[in-house]
Design a protein around this ligand. Structure first.
Ligand SMILES: [Zn+2]
Ligand SMILES: [Zn+2]
Length: 148
């Protein structure tokens, strides 16, 4: 698991992946990676697209394409919480955390747990190479629990 990576290491790995898999090393792809590096927490494709508008000309379609590529590289993960638009978050320069997801309003609360982290990191999987993990616990938030 590579959560302790610096951005320079991430960028070097990114370049290596692009070369190895014969993707073009466009300034656009690097700009998207840099913007993601600057966002703390979850973001949607629209949010990323909007924050990029001031500094860089990029289409929403290429934002989506780059997000797909970054998922393949394991640099971001995609969450789909209920009917809300997909949320992304980076797997580098982050603390392993989990999510409490309200099934009624879609509200997300994050938490960390040292024991869970140790347990999952020690686990061996057959024919599977893990690069990151994040649990989702579904339930009802304080505002919604009276509805049930
Ligand atoms: Zn999160
Ligand atoms: Zn709720």
């Amino acid at each position: 698991m590579k959560d302790a990576n610096t951005f320079e290491t991430v960028k070097a790995g990114f370049t290596e992946y692009l070369v190895k898999n014969q993707y073009r090393r466009t300034p656009e792809r690097y700009a998207i990676l840099e913007h993601i590096n600057a966002i703390d927490g979850h973001f949607t494709a629209e949010m990323l697209f909007k924050t990029m508008q001031n500094n860089f000309r990029v289409s929403l379609a290429s934002v989506y394409n780059s997000l797909d590529l970054l998922i393949k590289m394991g640099l971001i993960i995609r969450h789909q919480f209920g009917n809300n638009p997909a949320e992304y978050e980076r797997t580098f320069r982050t603390i392993i955390h989990h999510h409490l997801v309200c099934s009624n309003c879609g509200k997300i609360k994050e938490f960390t747990d040292k024991n869970l982290k140790t347990t999952i990191e020690a686990k061996k999987f057959n024919n599977f190479l893990p690069h990151h993990f994040s649990l989702c616990i579904y339930g009802y938030c304080n505002k919604c629990k009276h509805l049930i």
